[in-house]
Design a protein around this ligand. Structure first.
Ligand code: CA
Length: 236
């Protein structure tokens, strides 16, 4: 295989580098690894990767500085490798343009699924969840953007304007984690009071109910507590 996706792994912990590299290579990706900000900048320029896996705790600089550099010139997917429990950091990096994050320690299946999903979202490879002719499909869910209609297993679901807008927004960014504030800004053009967050939660609960998703179930829409929502980019 010559035409492999190139992934730049920016991480300073050797055991994670070895593990992630082996795992991704096994799944058909080419992996280039950098252990510092400086090394990453050089390799980024010479290899032009298709995706970046980025640890935020680098020895020479903060990983978010690399994210900012990448976003100045490029929209390629960036997935953050983050320590557990640091919600503020996750939100900040997502709002700076990261596509997703994975919390350490992560399972190998999860890592591969996130990488595949981010690449698919960016490059529209595969047909698992995709938009064609103004129609979005994910498993039994179908959204017709032109007529603003939503169908579940061919049956039309009646959503309010706001509910539809939220669902359409998530579907347009499927595979990408959207923070609460990013969704609130896009839907209500205001910023992030407790009140607007509550409005979002109420709407999301109604959407989930209408889509027949049980409480706690991760179907179509994933809620990462304290961070935001992601529409499932994987077809399961
Ligand atoms: Ca580190």
């Amino acid at each position: 295989m010559n035409n492999k996706y190139k992934i730049l792994l920016v991480e300073d912990e050797s055991h994670i580098v070895n593990l992630v590299k082996a795992l991704l290579e096994l799944n058909g990706y080419k992996v280039i690894s950098a252990r510092s900000y400086v090394e990453a900048i050089t390799l980024y320029a010479s290899y032009i990767p298709d995706l970046v896996l980025l640890d935020l705790g680098l020895p020479d600089r903060d990983g978010t500085e690399l994210l900012a550099e990448i976003r100045k010139q490029d929209s390629i997917p960036v997935i953050i490798l983050s320590a557990r429990g640091d919600e503020a950091e996750k939100v900040r990096s997502l709002d700076m343009g990261a596509n997703d994050y994975i919390t350490k320690p992560f399972g190998s299946a999860e890592l591969v699924a996130r990488v595949r999903s981010a690449l698919r979202h960016s490059y529209q490879i595969g047909r698992a969840s995709s938009v064609s002719d103004g129609v979005f499909r994910l498993d039994g869910l179908m959204i017709k953007y032109d007529s603003r209609q939503v169908f579940l297993d061919e049956k039309e679901i009646k959503l309010t304007q706001t509910e539809y807008n939220i669902l359409a927004l998530l579907s347009e960014h499927s595979g990408k984690m959207l923070t609460y504030s990013a969704i609130i800004k896009a839907i209500w053009r205001e910023c992030c009071s407790d009140n607007s967050k509550k409005k979002l939660q109420v709407n999301m609960a109604n959407i989930r109910k209408k889509l027949g998703i049980n409480p706690g179930e991760s179907k179509y829409i994933i809620n990462e507590l304290g961070v935001g929502y992601r529409m499932n980019g994987e077809n399961r």
